[in-house]
Design a binder for this molecule. Structure first.
Ligand code: NZQ
Ligand code: ZN
Length: 389
């Protein structure tokens, strides 16, 4: 096990009705707030007006900015920064999923910065300070509600890039599983694929002696696998929605990578698919992860056989661990398929004519590699994309 520091101070308030605590949670930070939300689900469900009510009841002045799109845009982030400055807002409350929360985080680092906020995303500089952010989560997926990351799309440059700093970890996350009842089945499925990917990016590691975190990862995966069918059959199943929602945070709050190195190549490739084709994050991962696995499994057959056995309940064939490993990958593909997720890039409408460009972009302009479990050069990335097509 590697040395590590684990600190995740996001306060989680979980359960029915917790969104009505928005006012009391925000109040210690500010009484002038930007209420940030997406394309309409929060308006349609009545959540936005309930939150507004809770803020106003606590004497908080709020200004609203909706319209965050999946793969959140830099242009709206810039608009949010200008709005916060003009209205002297000093807290950002995000109402939504990863896209809204990431947009809120980007605004938070942009407001106190004299330059352009994209400087943080192209790694020219690191944020020195940020406005505080809070989240009311409506879709379990990205884990942004307690992560230190914001991922933003720059459509002009066809880039999707992230900034990582503890300054943007939400101060609190209000998590009511009932708020996820209105999710369309496909969005629930994409969220599930993303949650599982966050665990698997951590699970496939070269670090030795990590039994506890292996077992925690396996428990997180099993919980999602067992709960997913209930959510797909009955969108209002509180028990299953609650399991998935909490697993979504645990999957990405850094606990599962304590003392071990993660991989993250599938995410890097997935982000390029979003940058080029506006691909939905979780759907892209459902296609790329199995292809990545088929490309790298021989690197550590024992780990892949363990994954198959403990996560997918494949009987261990000690004489033929490769067979066990491949059956695990196959069961994962079947599982994604059962949720209605795409199996190939062509299912997603993604053609095969820009693989070289994608590979160059996610390997430091073709001069480096991506991933840690197996370091992938551009040729390897093209091979994975070819397996996924
Ligand atoms: O915009 P609205 O109308 O709200 O609709 C959204 C959106 O279309 C809808 N939705 C959300 N909650 C709903 C709902 N519809 C009905 N009922 C509800 N309760 O779902 C759609 C997707 O929302 P989005 O926020 O895009 O989903 P997700 O949480 O999957 O976020 C994806 C983004 O997070 C980034 C991804 O790259 C992607 O841009 N990630 C952020 C990470 C982080 N900050 O740590 C890590 C992740 O790996 C990921 O990269
Ligand atoms: Zn993700």
């Amino acid at each position: 096990m590697d040395n590590f520091v684990f600190s995740n101070p996001t306060k989680i308030v979980f359960g029915t009705g917790v969104e009505m605590q928005a006012g009391t949670e925000v109040k210690p930070f500010s009484d002038r707030v930007l209420l940030h939300f997406g394309g309409g689900s929060a308006v349609r469900s009545g959540l936005l007006s309930r939150i507004r009510e809770s803020l106003v009841a606590t004497g908080i002045h709020c200004v609203e900015l909706g319209g965050v799109e999946p793969n959140p845009r830099l242009s709206l982030v810039r608009e949010g920064i200008a709005l916060c400055r003009r209205e002297k807002l000093s807290f950002i409350l995000a109402l939504g999923g990863g896209s809204v929360i990431d947009s809120a985080k980007a605004i938070a680092v942009g407001v106190p910065y004299a330059g352009d906020v994209w400087d943080f995303f192209d790694y020219s500089t690191q944020p020195a300070t940020a406005l505080p952010v809070g989240a009311v989560l409506t879709i379990p997926a990205a884990g942004s509600e307690s992560s230190s990351r914001s991922v933003i799309s720059n459509t002009e440059m066809q880039l999707k890039r992230s900034v990582t700093t503890d300054l943007i970890r939400p101060r609190f996350a209000l998590m009511n599983p009932e708020l996820t009842y209105t999710l369309p089945p496909f969005q629930s499925a994409c969220g599930i694929a993303d949650i599982m990917s966050h665990v698997m990016e951590r699970y496939f590691t070269n670090t030795r002696d990590v039994e506890l975190t292996d077992r925690l990862c396996e428990a997180a995966l099993r919980t999602v696998i067992v709960s997913a069918p209930s959510v797909m059959c009955d969108p209002c199943c509180y028990a299953a929605r609650a399991e998935i929602m909490w697993t979504g945070s645990i999957a990405h709050n850094d606990l599962l990578n304590t003392g071990r190195e993660g991989d993250w190549a599938s995410h890097a490739i997935g982000h390029e698919l979003s940058a080029f084709y506006d691909a939905i994050h979780g759907a892209g991962l459902a296609v790329i992860f199995p292809a990545w696995m088929k490309f790298v499994y021989r690197h550590d057959l024992a780990r892949f056989a363990q994954f198959a056995n403990r996560v997918w309940e494949v009987e261990m064939d000690h004489f033929n661990p490769e067979k066990t490993a491949l059956e695990g990958i196959r069961r994962m593909e079947l599982f994604f398929h059962s949720l209605g997720l795409p199996a190939t890039l062509s299912d997603m409408g993604i053609p095969d004519d820009r693989f070289a460009e994608i590979a160059t972009k996610c390997t430091v302009r073709g001069k480096g590699t991506t991933g840690k479990f197996v370091k992938l050069d551009p040729k390897a990335v093209i091979a994975i994309l070819t397996l996924a097509k």
